[in-house]
Design a binder for this molecule. Structure first.
Ligand code: NAI
Ligand code: OAA
Length: 313
């Protein structure tokens, strides 16, 4: 039988979804189906066609189509969910919970019907709780329901560390765990540059400032944009996760995973280090934490639980 290209569906053709679709195409990770609501079918088709018409110039052979019909997404290998509303200045991610829970639920009902064997990556905010909603609705095993927060939060942290030291971002290895909110947990003790712990290179005062800027990194962009939230770095993060799965890379990446006893949490979705490969979340890596680090994780876990409680109404 001929080898077939992989199929990737991106639900939500707004800022993050469209940017993700274009990056996926450029990387030739598979053929891309970009889906939005029926009222936006023509603009969605237009965006996809515009991307496809860049392919001869950029030299990629992925097909990219736009649609509002889930038939076109049938048997996707990976489904990325970016559908939902984004926050504006003055709002927290948690303010989106009621609207986006309904949207993510309806999207997942379709994903379950049309791509029952897919690996599903959720971006919609508040993303820890939306990953829980997706898991409940899909009924898929936990390794196939994956939330995106940590790759982005770590990318921000690594950017600020590289800027501070004036070194290549490629040599920075930060670790950020916890929920995707302002009490996320950058783990300074596990963060290094070229193998050197950052605590040996940067003063405590400057590290504290970098940690704080990382925690509010999403809000910094929201305030600058004025009418929406970040999309280039979030899209790049989704693409890295998709690549880890489709190429079975077994990357060690922070993802939102279902915790069942790890770090002492039961049935909670939150950001932790995982091995991401051909079978989705293949393993949750449990780091040894100091009492102070664990207290920070507990605080973040409590915030996530509070939002999940709203979903459970
Ligand atoms: N987890 C993370 O790290 C990040 C999460 N986000 C979140 O991702 C979501 C999307 O952000 P943007 O793309 O900037 O927003 P956007 O407003 O540009 O795009 C969202 C799209 O979803 C579509 N949509 C709404 N309901 C739908 C449905 N039932 N089926 C299909 N499509 C539907 C809308 O029509 C719109 O085109 C937001 O909730 C945002 O907060 C954004 C960046 C990072
Ligand atoms: O800040 C937001 O609302 C979008 C997001 O999650 C991020 O950029 O980290």
């Amino acid at each position: 039988m001929a080898i077939q290209r992989k199929k990737i569906t991106v639900v939500g053709a707004g800022f993050t979804g469209a940017t993700t679709a274009f990056l996926l195409g450029q990387k030739e990770l598979g053929d891309v189906v970009l889906l939005d609501i029926p009222q936006l079918e023509n603009p969605t088709k237009g965006k996809a066609l515009d991307m496809l018409e860049a392919s001869p110039v950029q030299g990629f052979d992925s097909n990219i189509i736009g649609t509002s019909n889930y038939e076109d997404t049938k048997d996707s290998d990976v489904v990325i969910i970016t559908a939902g509303i984004a926050r504006k200045p003055g709002m927290s991610r948690d303010d989106l919970v009621n609207t986006n829970a309904g949207i993510v639920k309806s999207v997942c009902e379709n994903v379950k019907t049309y791509s029952p064997n897919s690996y599903v990556i959720i971006l919609s905010n508040p993303v820890d709780a939306m990953t829980y909603v997706a898991y409940q609705t899909l009924g898929f095993p936990k390794n196939r329901v994956i939330g995106q927060s940590g790759v982005l939060d770590t990318a921000r942290y690594n950017t600020f560390i590289a800027q501070e030291l004036n070194v290549s971002v490629e040599d920075v290895r930060g670790v950020v765990l916890g929920g995707h909110g302002d009490d996320m947990v950058p783990l300074v003790r596990y963060s290094s540059v070229g193998g050197i712990p950052i605590e040996k290179l940067i003063s405590k005062e400057r590290i504290d400032a970098i940690v704080q800027r990382t925690r509010t990194g999403g809000g910094e962009i929201v305030n600058l944009l004025g009418n929406g939230s970040a999309y280039y770095a979030p899209a790049a993060s989704l693409v890295q996760m998709t690549e880890a799965i489709l190429k079975d890379k077994k990357r060690i990446l922070p993802t939102i995973a279902l915790l069942q006893g790890e770090y002492g949490y039961d049935d909670l979705f939150m950001g932790v280090l995982t091995i991401l490969g051909g079978d989705g979340i293949e393993k949750v890596i449990e780091l040894e934490l100091t009492a102070e680090e664990k207290a920070a994780m507990d605080k973040s876990a409590q915030s996530v639980s509070n939002v999940i409680a709203v979903v459970n109404g």
